[in-house]
Write a protein that binds this ligand. Structure first.
Ligand SMILES: Nc1ncnc2c1ncn2[C@@H]1O[C@H](COP(=O)(O)OP(=O)(O)OP(=O)(O)O)[C@@H](O)[C@H]1O
Ligand SMILES: [Mg+2]
Length: 396
């Protein structure tokens, strides 16, 4: 990989040269030589973040920011400008190599995989039963997909009345989807991009739901500025052009917004839990998806959430009762799930080693493999025990 540095003094270049001198897989080059990765020393530059953002907008290179200061606000800014990492000065060789190795494997995958060419993969997390874990699964799956593939991921909270995705990511409720539906004239990628929010701990972006239930009407009901427009469909069409994965969280119904999302989806993750009322509900939901909406079986994957809570029911009984295979199992872990929701940090970031995080990591890898964005061998790779900078930052 070709590495360059942007810094007013030569110190950063010197320390990178020293760290990389024995590595034949990395080569220090000039900034004009189309480097794969550029280190930008934001603490030595005036308006360092702005400079990094301008650079990223006009170059293909991945960027790593270097600073004397760190903290959540710095991380948020780093993610917003599109950096892959933020490293503290003086540079630690292990951290530099770890960060470069991650980018190297992402670049290799991106060469093979989907290129964000107007064909985003759309994955809707759905159920007709409330409280089964849709939002929990959508949030954490989006973070894992971004982390594992390095692709551009956006999450849409389509639970228009009571969506709480903003809280799950520690975001504010403004700007939100209503801002898009109140825009004069046709929507364009620039307008949509301005309304997306960037959480601290991931590069995945989020389109937040309306802050109060009455505002849902501005998106899908009589409160629409133009009653002939399907804003949800328009927003999906725009995001589809610039993102590789669109993850959609839904409310538990078959109203128009959800039908739009389900129709546009490549994959539906149908969430259920191992209790009779929910399984009966899921059975009816499957009938509608397969028979009334005529979706094929490949499109629908069943996720058994709280899979270890099946008291008095065997998994075989569950599968037989639904007459449908279970694709993914997510264990129960109230402590982890509630803590993550209260802190606004997806648990796959804060406690990636917990079984519940690992199960969602496997789910996201399996999805990425299905779409050709990851190789099968990666799903069985043992986890790197060493924590990343992000994990250390958010470790509790
Ligand atoms: N695997 C799990 N282990 C423990 N608790 C869980 C798990 N999954 C979800 N929960 C808890 O169940 C509740 C519902 O989860 P979540 O909000 O994700 O479901 P939902 O389907 O999106 O609900 P709604 O239909 O209200 O939008 C939350 O309190 C959440 O903390
Ligand atoms: Mg929800």
């Amino acid at each position: 990989m070709r590495i360059a540095a942007i810094t007013p003094s030569s110190k950063l270049t010197q320390s990178l040269k020293k760290i990389l001198e024995k590595r034949h897989d990395f080569e220090m080059v000039n900034i004009e030589d189309e480097p794969d990765v550029v280190f930008i020393d934001i603490s030595e530059l005036e308006n360092g973040f702005e400079m990094a953002e301008t650079f990223k907008a006009s170059h293909e290179s991945e960027i790593i920011l270097v600073s004397t200061k760190i903290g959540k606000e710095y991380f948020r800014r780093a993610m917003q400008v599109g950096a892959r990492d933020l490293l503290i000065k003086p540079l630690n060789s292990e951290e530099v190599l770890e960060s470069l190795a991650k980018i190297s494997s992402l670049l290799k995958r991106n060469k093979k995989g989907h290129q964000g060419n107007g064909m985003a993969r759309i994955i809707t997390v759905f159920s007709t039963k409330g409280g089964v874990g849709k939002t929990t699964i959508a949030t954490n799956t989006a973070v894992c997909l971004e982390k594992n593939t390095g692709k551009n991921v956006v999450v849409i909270d389509l639970d228009l009345e009571f969506g709480c995705m903003a809280a799950m990511f520690g975001l504010k409720t403004n700007p939100n989807i209503v801002d898009l539906c109140n825009t004069e004239g046709p929507l364009d990628p620039e307008v949509v991009e301005k309304v997306l929010q960037v959480p601290v701990m991931t590069r995945a972006k989020v389109l937040v739901a309306p802050p109060t239930p009455d505002l849902a009407a501005a998106v899908e009901g009589d409160g629409r500025k133009d009653k002939h427009r399907n804003y949800v469909s328009e927003i999906i069409s725009i995001l589809e052009q610039n993102y590789d994965y669109i993850i959609i969280d839904t409310a538990s119904n078959f109203r128009e917004t959800n039908l739009t999302a389900l129709d546009r989806s490549d994959k539906i993750l149908l969430v259920t839990t191992p209790d009779i009322p929910t399984l009966q509900n899921t059975g009816k939901c499957l009938d509608i998806l397969l028979e009334k909406l005529d979706y094929n079986k490949e499109k629908i994957q069943l996720v058994l959430n709280r899979s270890d809570g099946a008291i008095g029911l065997t998994e075989t009984e569950i599968i037989e009762s639904l007459d449908y295979p279970i694709s993914y199992r997510i264990p129960s872990d109230g402590k982890v799930v509630v803590k993550a929701a209260n802190l606004g940090e997806p648990f796959v970031c804060s406690v990636p080693q917990k079984p519940i995080s690992q199960s969602i990591d496997r789910l996201s890898k399996s999805i990425a493999i299905g779409f050709g964005d990851l190789m099968d061998s990666e799903i069985r790779k043992p986890r790197n025990k060493k924590t990343t900078f992000f994990q250390r930052l958010f470790e509790k």
